[in-house]
Design a protein around this ligand. Sequence first.
Ligand code: OXD
Length: 313
Amino acid sequence: MMNILFYSTFKNNKQWLKYIKKRFYKDNIYTLSQNPDYGNIDIAIVWNLPDRILRKLINIKVIFSLGAGVDHIINLPSFNDIKVPVIRIKDKNMAERMCSHVHSQILNYQLKIYSFYAAQNKKKWIGEQYTKLNCDITIGLLGFGFLGKSVGVYLKKLNYNVIAFKKSNREKSILKIPLYTDKNLKKLVINSDIIISILPGTKETKNFINKKFLENMKKNALLVNVGRGITLNEEDLINHLHKNKNFYASLDVFNTEPLPKTSKLWKHRNITITPHVAAITDLSSAIDYIFNRYKRFKKTGTIRGDVNYRKGY
Ligand code: OXD
């Protein structure tokens, strides 16, 4: 029997707890409200756990992130003293949602749906608009991990031209998607009609999409950020949009979340804002995923974390 701590800031927290209790019925499941003996916790299943709690988990053996990202765990100051394996969710339902979200934003831009919304507001029949075919659009993906690859394969099958950036050049290409690294990133940026960022939030990716990056993009391009807010310099984007009236952005993640009411991003007509929902975690398949990894851990006594601490994701 293991002692498991569950913590999340999800709205449907109670439902998560119910599912976890059902799946891990042989174990003890604790929440903060029970004020458990933190020194006896073996496993934590968390989203946005506060550092003051992590600090107390001195006998923790593995931490499961309830999302794709792990920055909410490994950026906590106490994590340095703990450094246990961290497991992220890699789930096909989450990937499907990410693909659908990204595609919806591509289609909004490609088919100029946003212009019909604006016209409808004014009861205006604006008539035909020229739109490009999928095969005439080049999509540059930033990030080619689990979700990046899923999106790449999805879009490639729809006949878009897909190219991808991955920091480590040891990555294998799939479906003949050309891979770019730091050395030739500029070429990807210059050639893309649409850039989709699924980059993780690390020291190296902070402000990755900055003034210079944006200036290298096509003047009428679309930027979609579904990775992490810190990878985009929001001030640089606002300034860029000021000078480039046909540039569009779709943002799902932000430097500060929830996005503050004072942010200039809210009101810009060329920006679409969604509240960090591109790849919401699927409750039942995520718990299955965690449970299966946990079962193997219990059987073998070891678990290999998904996180490379040197790289920071
Ligand atoms: C994330 C997620 O990591 O939504 O951002 O899973």
